[in-house]
Design a protein around this ligand. Structure first.
Ligand code: ATP
Ligand code: MG
Length: 344
């Protein structure tokens, strides 16, 4: 990974809160995360850990006025997302980064045929005729292994199965040839076989076109199949990160280990995160120390201070910002010998 390559997404020390009655919800607390061109990067963590907020913030899709960025920066392809005027950000959506959501019905217009929607998206970014756009839409659907694309183009979204709708969403997301595709739990609602097909298509097309993916999921098996690197989030912070294989085989944070531990060996697709006793902290009153303190069996007095996210390999040169470096925020890292056997 060349150090001078511009990341497609570069989030640095991002803190973000939602003002609510009588206070605020601190959704992100110093999150740093980078996606390099062509990389497939996962974010995993329990519900409420800040995965979707991170994704939405990257495309400035959070409701304006409902949130405050209190610290940090966010860049798409080197450009400042937080400072850019809205028309510019609108141009970036779809082109620099496209988003796929869990439930395509919320992203597709129920009153418009698939063909009109797809050609509409294509024509926002390119000066092409309606019929050329429809031809391109058809070929994009064919790329998604849709057997009868012409029929799907004529259909309304509700006439399609969930798996078919998600393929349409994936085709639409690729339609403007984005540098980055952000997928927020895109296959959670699908059955295991369809889920696997959609993931394979996603991976195949991303690799073929050099598209980077930021993939948000609860499913460690999906992380293991799909992602080059993974960020483990907890209570609005990154607690551990690194190459997928290393993190899943040899988790060093008690939280990551907890997420993996209850899973059957070789975790089949669809397996959710293991349940860890206790609850995520109430982010209206975020903990000042390690956010995992209350649930961690290793916690002691030192954990009342917040641990920094530091490179695991202390011997590596200081200031090395390589995004693929293994990092950990824990005062009591698990020893490598505690690794979970047999997991990849
Ligand atoms: N519009 C909002 N107003 C107030 N709080 C919000 C808003 N959106 C998100 N939050 C809060 O921000 C925190 C992070 O939420 P986020 O949706 O990012 O979690 P997540 O990791 O995506 O969870 P899940 O796995 O359930 O999708 C949560 O505490 C959530 O309640
Ligand atoms: Mg979410």
């Amino acid at each position: 990974m060349s150090p001078d390559t511009t990341p497609v997404l570069d989030v640095r020390s991002l803190s973000l809160e939602f003002p609510v009655f009588g206070g605020s919800v601190r959704a992100l607390n110093g999150v740093s995360l980078r996606v390099m061109p062509g990389e497939i990067v996962g974010i995993v963590g329990e519900s409420g850990s800040g995965k979707s907020v991170t994704a939405m913030a990257a495309l400035r899709l959070l409701p304006p006025g409902a949130y405050r960025v209190t610290e940090g920066s966010l860049r798409l392809g080197g450009d400042d997302v937080l400072a850019a005027p809205e028309p510019l950000v609108r141009q970036w959506r779809g082109r620099r980064a496209a988003m796929i959501f869990q439930e395509p019905m919320t992203a597709l217009n129920p009153t418009q045929r698939v063909g009109e929607q797809m050609s509409g998206v294509l024509r926002v970014h390119r000066r092409i005729s309606r019929s050329d756009a429809l031809t391109q839409a058809q070929s994009l659907l064919r790329d998604m292994m849709i057997p009868d694309p012409a029929q799907v183009l004529r259909a309304y979204p509700f006439e399609l199965s969930g798996g078919m709708r998600q393929r349409v969403m994936v085709a639409m997301a690729f339609s403007c040839d984005p540098d980055l595709l952000i997928a927020d739990e895109p296959t959670t609602a699908l059955d295991v076989t369809v889920q696997r097909q959609v993931l394979q298509l996603l991976r195949h097309h991303a690799r073929e076109r050099g598209t980077a993916i930021l993939f948000i999921t609860h499913d460690m098996a999906v992380v293991s199949q799909l992602c080059d690197r993974v960020y483990v989030m907890y209570a609005g912070t990154v607690v551990e990160q690194g190459p997928t294989r290393q993190v899943l085989r040899d988790p060093r944070h008690p939280y990551t280990r907890g997420l993996l531990e209850g899973l059957p060996e070789g975790a089949p697709p669809g397996a959710d995160l293991a349940a860890i006793p206790g609850q995520v902290p109430d982010m209206r009153h975020p903990p000042t120390g390690c956010p995992f303190f209350d649930r961690c069996t290793y916690a002691d007095d030192v954990c009342r201070q917040r641990p920094a996210l530091l490179p695991l390999d202390a011997a590596a040169p200081a200031g090395n910002e390589a995004p693929d470096r293994r990092r950990l925020a824990c005062w009591h890292p698990l020893a490598p010998s505690d690794a979970i056997e047999g997991r990849t």
